[in-house]
Design a protein around this ligand. Structure first.
Ligand code: ATP
Ligand code: MG
Length: 389
């Protein structure tokens, strides 16, 4: 194992270590490998601890390498213990084989291992599926973990430039998982994590399309699903949320803008922003951006360009987080934004010249100061608007 192995010399067989999962897949695809996961076959936790590995917190025996910090998991198998979902248990032990460990993985392209000689171990034909561009489940036990639904959608987004699609049989299992109500067990936080990863790919809409095609989006983000044609097999290419995502990718927009931009479509009369924010565990910045944008959007949708009162409210709305809100405006309503943003800058300049402290010097105070400020600002806005027309 490359560490101190003097302790285990008397064992008949040395533990074997394999590179597994995403690292093998990405290397075969010719992509840079960011994080590497390892599996250890034929060892016990005590042996790894003796060799200086540190056990990581969690449900399964996973260890950090003493020098590289990379994750080494003891091989484990899943065994069915009863009928229905969740009717299985996980076992580890020095007798668990590499093939058993690979069999519990989600997709065939993620179920390959590589030994220390660079040989690929591929019992589920992952390489063939990589060549064909297929996202295919390893075994029917795939339906037992709803996180796999999010993962397959994320891989569809990430590998869309290579033409990857969901295998027919796997699509069937996805529909089965949706029908079983299993998605209700997903934690919002987990949905957000996978969604965030997908949003940062170059084809983020694929994540949502794949979830929609099996009926899963309706359960996870019903208001978003309601805006798409049933089934989502390509007829939805011009859907507004996807148009926004395409613009966000083209503008290389940061995550927060993509997230708030997309989530505005997951809110409607029945599904309010507060519940969505709480369920997903959105950070405060993104939550505030989403809320402020929704408020502004409502104003902008009924906007009368000649009304100075509304202009003042809009200017106010764009005070905090101005840069982000303006970007979100451009991503969401590009034509309106192109027309209004330059005018808004002009009006802001004029309005900012009329200041409360100056009115105070002129003797205004309290409520009447506020009224006078607003009156003069509206007057200035009207003058700008008349000049422009
Ligand atoms: P990424 O490139 O995003 O890290 P990954 O496939 O490496 O993709 P990880 O979360 O690092 O994803 O998981 C490592 C491996 O563990 C996967 O390749 C897969 O074999 C297995 N795995 C992870 N999550 C699941 C799951 N929910 N069900 C089955 N196998 C899983
Ligand atoms: Mg990984």
């Amino acid at each position: 194992m490359g560490i101190d192995n003097s302790q285990s010399r008397e064992r008949a067989e040395e533990p074997k270590i394999y590179l597994v999962g995403g690292a093998v897949r990405d290397r075969l695809l010719g992509l840079p490998v960011v994080d590497r996961d390892w599996v250890v076959v034929g060892a016990t936790p005590a042996e790894l601890l003796k060799r200086g590995f540190r056990q990581l917190p969690g449900d399964f025996p996973v260890f950090a390498h003493p020098h590289t910090g990379e994750e080494y998991a003891l091989a484990r198998r899943e065994r069915k213990t009863g009928s229905g979902y969740h009717g299985f248990s996980v076992e580890t032990g020095p007798d668990v084989t590499l093939e058993e460990d690979l069999a519990r993985r989600d997709l065939t392209i993620n179920a390959m291992a590589e030994d220390d000689q660079g040989r690929i171990i591929d019992p589920f034909n992952g390489q063939e599926d990589l060549d064909k561009g297929l996202l295919r489940h390893v075994t029917p036990a795939w339906v037992e973990d709803p996180v796999r639904m999010l993962r397959i959608a994320r891989f569809a987004a990430r590998f869309d430039p290579w033409g990857f699609r969901v295998a027919h049989g796997t699509h069937g299992l996805m529909k089965k998982m949706v029908a079983s109500g299993e998605l209700a067990h997903l934690q919002g936080q987990r949905v957000r994590q996978e969604m965030e990863k997908a949003l940062m790919t170059d084809r983020p809409w694929r994540f949502f399309q794949v979830l929609h095609a099996c009926g899963g989006l309706k359960q996870l983000l019903p208001a978003l699903a309601a805006q798409l044609p049933e089934g989502g097999h390509g007829q939805d290419a011009e859907a507004r949320p996807w148009q926004l995502l395409r613009r966000a990718v083209a503008a290389d927009a940061p995550l927060r803008l993509r997230l708030a931009g997309l989530l505005q479509f997951a809110v409607d009369e029945e599904h309010d922003a507060g519940k969505l924010v709480e369920w997903l565990g959105l950070d405060r910045g993104t939550a505030a951006l989403l809320r402020e944008w929704l408020r502004l959007r409502a104003m902008l949708e009924t906007f009368v360009p000649a009304d100075p009162d509304i202009w003042l409210n809009i200017l106010n709305g764009f005070t905090h987080r101005r840069e982000e809100l303006e970007q979100l405006f451009s991503l969401s309503m590009p034509e309106t934004a192109a027309e209004l943003l330059p005018r808004m800058a002009q009006i802001r300049e004029v309005v900012e010249q009329i200041r409360g402290d100056e009115l105070r010097c002129q003797g205004w105070e309290g409520r009447s100061l506020g009224d006078e400020l607003r009156r003069r600002r509206k007057e200035a806005i009207t003058a700008v608007l008349e000049d422009a027309s």
